[in-house]
Design a protein around this ligand. Structure first.
Ligand code: ADP
Ligand code: MG
Length: 241
C-alpha cells in the first residue's frame, strides 16, 4: 500500500479526494467605515496529497485565505468545505475541534514559547486533545524524531538554530496527525541551507500523506509545488506551468 493509497483509504481508487472546496468565497473587512475586499469570489479545489503554493503581492489576500482554510476566520459569503464540513457555518466548538485535530500550522517566525523546551512546545498542540499523559509523551517523542530532533526535546528554543526551531514548530504541527499543513512563509527567516532542509522535510511529509498549502515569496519553495496558485487583489489564478 503506497502513501497515496493510504490518503485515499475508504474511497474508490482513482478518485482524488477533495480536502478543501471553496465556492465563491468572499472576505471583506470594514475598518472605520471603509470596506476592504480581501478575497473576491474565490473558487478552489484542493485534493489530498497536493503540495500547493500560494504566491502574490503583499495585500493580495494570502494570509486571509490561509486564515479561512485554517478555520481561524470565516468567509463573509460563499461556501468553504473541509471534507464534508462547511466551515462557513460550523459552530465555534466544531471549528475548535478541526483546528485541534485536522490542521497543522507553521509560521515564518516559528512562534515557539521561549520559556518552554522543544518537547513542551510540541506538547502544547495536544492540550485540547484529551489524550493521557503517556500517550502525549509518546506522540511528542515520535513527532520530534520524525523531524530529526529526537535528542533535542529538552532544549530551549534559544539553544537551537533557526532551522531546528522551525523543525520544532513543524513537529508541533504534525503531532496532531493533521490531514492538512498550512504554512505562511515557513522559510522566510532561514538562510539557504536551512531553507532546503525545511523544504525537504515538508516534501517528505506531503509524500507521507499530509496535504501541504504554503504561502511563499520564495521561488525555491514554489518549485516544490505540485500546483502553484497566485493570489492578487483577492482573486486566485492557477499559474502551474
Ligand atoms: P497578504 O497576506 O497577501 O499580504 P492579506 O490577506 O494580509 O494579504 O490582506 C489582504 C487585504 O485585506 C489587504 O488590503 C489588507 O490590508 C486587508 N486586511 C487584512 N486583514 C485585515 C484586518 N484584520 N482588518 C482590515 N483589513 C485587513
Ligand atoms: Mg500575508
Amino acid at each position: 500500500m503506497t502513501i497515496t493509497d493510504t490518503a485515499r483509504a475508504g474511497v474508490p481508487s482513482g478518485d482524488p479526494v477533495p480536502v478543501y472546496r471553496a465556492e465563491n468565497v468572499t472576505r471583506t473587512y470594514t475598518q472605520k467605515g471603509r470596506v476592504v475586499k480581501a478575497l473576491t469570489g474565490v473558487d478552489l479545489l484542493i485534493h489530498a496529497g497536493e503540495f500547493v503554493t500560494i504566491q502574490g503581492p503583499t495585500g493580495g489576500g494570502k494570509s486571509t485565505l490561509l486564515q479561512l482554510l485554517g478555520a481561524l476566520d470565516a468567509p463573509t459569503s460563499g461556501s468553504l468545505r473541509l471534507g464534508d464540513i462547511e466551515l462557513a457555518s460550523a459552530s465555534a466548538r466544531e471549528l475548535g475541534r478541526i483546528r485541534a485535530e485536522e490542521i497543522g500550522f507553521v509560521f515564518q517566525g516559528f512562534n515557539l514559547i521561549p520559556t518552554l523546551t522543544a518537547a513542551e512546545n510540541v506538547d502544547m498542540a495536544l492540550e485540547p486533545s484529551g489524550l493521557g499523559k503517556a500517550e502525549r509523551a509518546a506522540r511528542v517523542a515520535e513527532a520530534l524524531a520524525h523531524v530529526g530532533l529526537a535528542d533535542r526535546g529538552m532544549h530551549l528554543p534559544t539553544e537551537l538554530s533557526g532551522g531546528q526551531q522551525q523543525r520544532v514548530a513543524i513537529a508541533r504541527a504534525i503531532v496532531k496527525r493533521p490531514r492538512v499543513l498550512l504554512a505562511d512563509e515557513p522559510t522566510g527567516n532561514l538562510d539557504e541551507s536551512m531553507r532546503d532542509e525545511i523544504l525537504d522535510l515538508l516534501a517528505r511529509l506531503c509524500a507521507e500523506g499530509i496535504t501541504m498549502i504554503v504561502v511563499t515569496h520564495d521561488s525555491a519553495v514554489a518549485r516544490r509545488a505540485t500546483r502553484r496558485l497566485r493570489l492578487a487583489q483577492g482573486r486566485v489564478t492557477d499559474i502551474t506551468r
